[in-house]
Design a protein around this ligand. Structure first.
Ligand code: ADP
Ligand code: GLC
Length: 478
């Protein structure tokens, strides 16, 4: 089977969140299963050196305002197709936001171009390689089935994957012709959404199959609370929707060989974790102490529920806990965590920013990772936490509910607990979860066996890669 992925980011080349991790990892697992996968992403400036080593395999004289090329390159075990269109992607800073912190004003053109290029690869192939199925990811690739549909003729099936329904790609209806979209598609059954063009809705309405990144989120999406206005459409398409849990790339995330750690370790030899812990204390300005060291590695947005953690800090500290925060995002939250580190010097340490190596060190050195998300399609940091024996303390929602086994009395007796879950998602219940974590941490034997169990919990891609294959096959059956 030949498969084309279309997405806006891909680790390790360009990453702002979990989407990149997934796009960088699934193709490897599918390749192991015998699929030929190519991944189409924009050639942002950070990828210029990589692009220079590749070959032009398709050209466009004019792609939404300028010339463009698709450049094929192999790197990190991936077959990458880079969409080089300098008028759209060659600009400094964030891949989504301008210097003013707002979306780039031409984001519709930028990601329509990505979808259009994906559709052209689907229709014409590249040499003797032609995709049998297209997997489009999130709103940035949502227009792939729209451009395929308006091409007429036979087209390969499209599987649309929702990583986060909060981002829908809504644009003014006046942009229809600028985006080369046929007016016939602008209906409630197509790409129209309350008087606007919705890229994600286009993907959901016009694709053959829909997946999302955990079974629980697949169910939550059908409700008004989580479906964010698209729940009605998803209920209509329920028989085509399935939730497939994310995995992690064990080549990149394994404490036995992680180069970002000061000391590697394993479930059998946990000693090295203590050295990473001391390094985290140093880097985050925390006092050395024997109480539980919590960490946060996150985008600081309301989705992640970290405002609730601010309310819990006095109790966390009173119970002997400390907290290391690595994150960036909402300026108010950034400020609040920096202020908390000043107020609780030695007990709370904050580093504002994005650092891949530091995120690995934190997973290696902390005792527990806090993820109080209001919603979480899957979440990857709890999976990294499991793998690194850094006990996840999570809200019971989406993929967090599907991946962590709560240390309740029954699970402790059955010796299957791997973390702490709490619901409803409120500051009070988060506070209780932190208290339960501190109490468990005070029982070294119980804690150590939970760590070892967490580290053994299967978090790779094998099972989920099979599930994706199943969806691709069923999309071919129509
Ligand atoms: P989301 O995609 O919603 O942000 P995930 O848990 O799926 O949430 O993925 C987040 C990814 O981004 C993880 O790989 C995590 O380690 C990484 N990450 C988040 N914030 C930072 C940061 N400040 N520095 C480094 N990595 C980060
Ligand atoms: C999104 C979600 C996150 C998920 C990631 C990868 O960013 O917020 O929960 O893990 O996509 O699928």
């Amino acid at each position: 089977m030949n498969l084309l992925f279309v997405a806006s980011e891909c680790a390790p080349f360009i990453k702002t969140g979990g989407l990149a991790d997934v796009i960088g990892a699934v193709p490897k697992a599918l390749t192991d299963a015998g699929v030929s996968v190519k991944v189409l992403i924009p050639a942002y400036p950070a990828l210029a050196d990589l692009a220079a080593t590749g070959q032009v395999v398709m050209s466009f004289d004019a792609l939404f305002g300028g010339p463009a090329n698709i450049i094929a390159v192999q790197s990190n075990g991936l077959d990458i197709l880079l969409l080089q269109a300098d008028h759209l992607y060659d600009r400094p800073g964030s891949i989504y936001l301008g210097p003013d912190g707002q979306d780039w004003a031409d984001n519709d053109l930028r990601f329509a171009a990505l979808s259009y290029a994906g559709a052209q690869v689907a229709l014409n192939g590249l040499g003797d390689w032609k995709p049998d199925v297209i997997n489009a990811h999130d709103w940035q690739a949502g227009l792939v089935p729209a451009y395929l549909k308006q091409s007429g003729g036979e087209t390969p099936p499209v599987v649309m994957t929702i990583h986060n329904i909060a981002f829908q790609g809504l644009f003014d209806a006046t942009r229809l012709s600028t985006l080369s979209l046929d007016a016939e598609l602008y209906t409630p059954q197509g790409i129209e959404y309350f008087g606007k063009i919705s890229f994600l809705k286009a993907g959901l309405a016009l694709s053959d199959k829909i997946t999302t990144v955990s079974p629980t989120y697949a169910i939550e999406l059908l409700t008004p609370e989580f479906g964010m206005g698209l729940d009605g459409l998803l209920r209509e398409r329920q028989s085509d929707l399935c939730g497939i849990l994310n995995g992690i790339d064990l080549d990149i995330w394994s404490p036995e060989k992680d180069q970002a750690l000061v000391s590697t370790y394993s479930g059998r030899a946990l000693k090295g974790k203590a050295k990473n812990r001391s390094e985290v204390e140093k880097r985050f300005g925390l006092k050395a102490d024997s109480g539980p060291l919590f960490c946060v590695i996150s985008r600081l947005t309301s989705q992640k529920g970290l405002d609730m953690l601010l309310d819990c800090l006095p109790d966390l500290i009173a119970q002997g806990g400390r907290l290391a925060v690595l994150g960036s995002g909402d300026p108010d939250l950034e400020r609040a965590f920096v202020e908390a580190s000043n107020r609780y010097k030695g007990s709370v340490g904050t580093i504002i920013g994005y650092s891949e190596p530091l995120s690995h060190l934190l997973q290696g050195g902390a005792d527990a990772i806090l993820i109080p998300s209001r919603f979480e399609p899957c979440g990857l940091t709890q999976l990294y936490g499991l793998r690194y024996g850094t006990i996840p303390v999570v809200a019971r929602t989406g993929g967090l509910a599907d991946t962590v086994i709560d240390a309740n009395e029954a699970a402790l007796l059955a010796e299957c607990a791997t973390g702490i879950q709490f619901t409803p998602v409120t500051a009070t219940m988060l506070g209780q979860a932190i208290a339960r974590t501190c109490a468990l941490f005070a029982k070294p034997k119980v804690w150590a066996s939970m760590m070892r169990r967490a580290m053994r919990h299967p978090v790779g891609w094998d099972l989920s890669a099979d599930a994706y294959l199943e969806v691709y096959r069923s999309s071919l059956e129509g």
